[in-house]
Write a protein of this length. Structure first.
Length: 164
């Protein structure tokens, strides 16, 4: 009776967007896709997203920083995170800004993170070339670059992870 029924014809793009944003941050691109999937008109979606951004309720910059932080906590590397942010519709400048903000906040020491991820997953560097290759593939699949992988393989099991 209060206009809160689940039918897509009865809820506005703003109602649906607010419901989504109440759960987590979304990129503008993600919100546009979700609202379109609910059957809202493109023009209404654009107007809604412009208004939400103006009001500070949706921010690609805030989304990127939040997303980056969550992926760092999962032990993912910069290459994979960049690809995922691009897939969610963020431009290079927004991604660059998020990485810079993360670096300023003291997050994203990719060499240390690669070593921590490797040490959590494996008990040592591996005794055979096959075992070492498995560790390299693990880090590469997590999005770490060549230098970060090499550093992690050399230092992941050091007593003091800051040396090296």
């Amino acid at each position: 009776m209060l206009g809160q029924s689940s039918g897509s014809g009865e809820s506005s793009p703003r109602d649906d967007a607010i419901r989504l944003l109440a759960r987590r941050e979304y990129s503008r691109h993600e919100l546009a896709e979700r609202l379109a999937a609910k059957g809202h008109e493109v023009e209404a979606i654009t107007d809604c997203l412009d208004a939400l951004a103006e009001q500070g309720l949706q921010s690609d910059a805030r989304f990127a920083e939040s997303f980056l932080r969550s992926r760092i906590l999962r032990g993912q590397g910069p290459l994979k995170i960049r690809v995922e942010l691009e897939r969610r519709g963020l431009g290079r400048e927004a991604i660059r800004h998020a990485f810079a903000a993360s670096e300023q906040a003291g997050e994203g020491d990719w060499f240390a993170l690669a070593g921590e991820s490797l040490a959590r997953r494996f008990t040592g560097p591996g005794d055979t070339p096959r075992e070492r290759a498995r560790r390299e593939r693990f880090l590469t699949s997590r999005g770490f670059d060549f230098d970060q992988v090499r550093h992690a393989l050399a230092h992941a099991w050091d007593d003091d992870p800051t040396n090296g």
